[in-house]
Design a protein around this ligand. Structure first.
Ligand SMILES: NC(=O)c1ccc[n+]([C@@H]2O[C@H](COP(=O)([O-])OP(=O)(O)OC[C@H]3O[C@@H](n4cnc5c(N)ncnc54)[C@H](O)[C@@H]3O)[C@@H](O)[C@H]2O)c1
Length: 251
């Protein structure tokens, strides 16, 4: 199969590396020197979208890069979106391309360990029109679980990241409380994390304080923006976001 990987960052590189074992892979990422803005994907078997989806002006997920890649595809080309996308953006895509074969699969790798995470992450959840992609990845050790509802997958992706960001914020406050009361944070952290319902991931307080990185800030903003649009009270997350910003400013 001739597969285009659009967007050659952490996620795109991991996918290209994986697909190259079995398929012909063409990279498309003009900013990285692969193709140019006039490139069209003619006569390719499938397109995987791994482009950046940054925070928009009002906190929403800016999906213009995703739309840009979809516009380059011939009608009928199977498309797999691995970029993180919003509910509103997905609904726009479905309205604009009701008959196209578009699937979505959330990505959970961590930027700093992208390739290792990719190799060890042995389940890929996929929703939408996924038949082509289940066959395309059939050679690999990764288990593809299809049949998901795309909107549910979008929510799952955002809520996992938002929950973990909230956990980081919470433990930063616990850290301050320990500092202010002369109690050893490490002992408290270990004791709390020993409860397997809590666990020790995201309980470490770094010198940078709070959460940062590639995905948490923009994903928290995006789900808050989606909450506003749907009239949902996400005030807990809004406070997590404000607190995190205050922490960063105080540094
Ligand atoms: N990095 C992670 O750990 C991670 C984890 C899960 C999900 N994601 C999501 O996956 C997506 C990609 O993340 P990433 O970390 O690989 O981003 P990245 O910034 O490392 O790479 C994105 C690449 O897309 C390219 N790009 C932007 N617009 C393009 C366009 N119109 N056409 C072609 N290429 C274009 C950029 O030049 C860049 O090289 C994002 O939606 C992100 O939220 C990332």
């Amino acid at each position: 199969m001739n597969i285009v990987v659009a967007g050659y960052g952490f996620v795109g590189k991991a996918h290209a590396l994986w697909l190259e074992y079995e398929h012909d892979v063409t990279i498309y990422d003009p900013a990285m020197g692969y193709g140019d803005i006039h490139t069209q994907f003619d006569k390719v078997d499938g397109v995987i979208i791994c482009v950046s989806t940054p925070e928009g002006e009002t906190g929403e997920c800016d999906m213009s890069n995703v739309y840009n890649v979809i516009e380059k595809c011939d009608p009928g080309t199977p498309i797999l979106i691995k970029s993180t996308i919003s509910l509103e953006g997905w609904r726009l895509i479905k309205r604009a391309y009701p008959d196209e074969k578009i699937a979505f699969s959330p990505e959970y790798l961590r930027a700093a360990h992208a390739i290792d995470d990719f190799k060890s992450n042995n389940t890929m959840q996929i929703g939408g029109d996924s038949e082509f992609w289940v066959k395309t990845f059939d050679y690999s050790a990764v288990t593809i679980v299809s049949g998901f509802d795309v909107e549910e997958l979008i929510m799952i992706k955002y809520l996992r990241n938002s929950f973990l960001a909230s956990k980081v914020a919470f433990f930063n406050q616990v850290y301050d409380m320990c500092e202010n009361t002369g109690i050893d944070y490490e002992t408290v952290r270990n004791g709390v994390a020993a409860d397997t319902r809590i666990g020790d991931s995201h309980t470490f307080v770094t010198q940078d304080r709070g959460y940062g990185g590639h995905c948490f800030p923009k994903d928290v903003s995006a789900i808050i923006a989606s909450g506003h649009k749907s009239g949902t009270d996400l005030s807990i997350l809004s406070e997590v976001q404000s607190y995190n910003e205050r922490l960063k400013l105080a540094k």
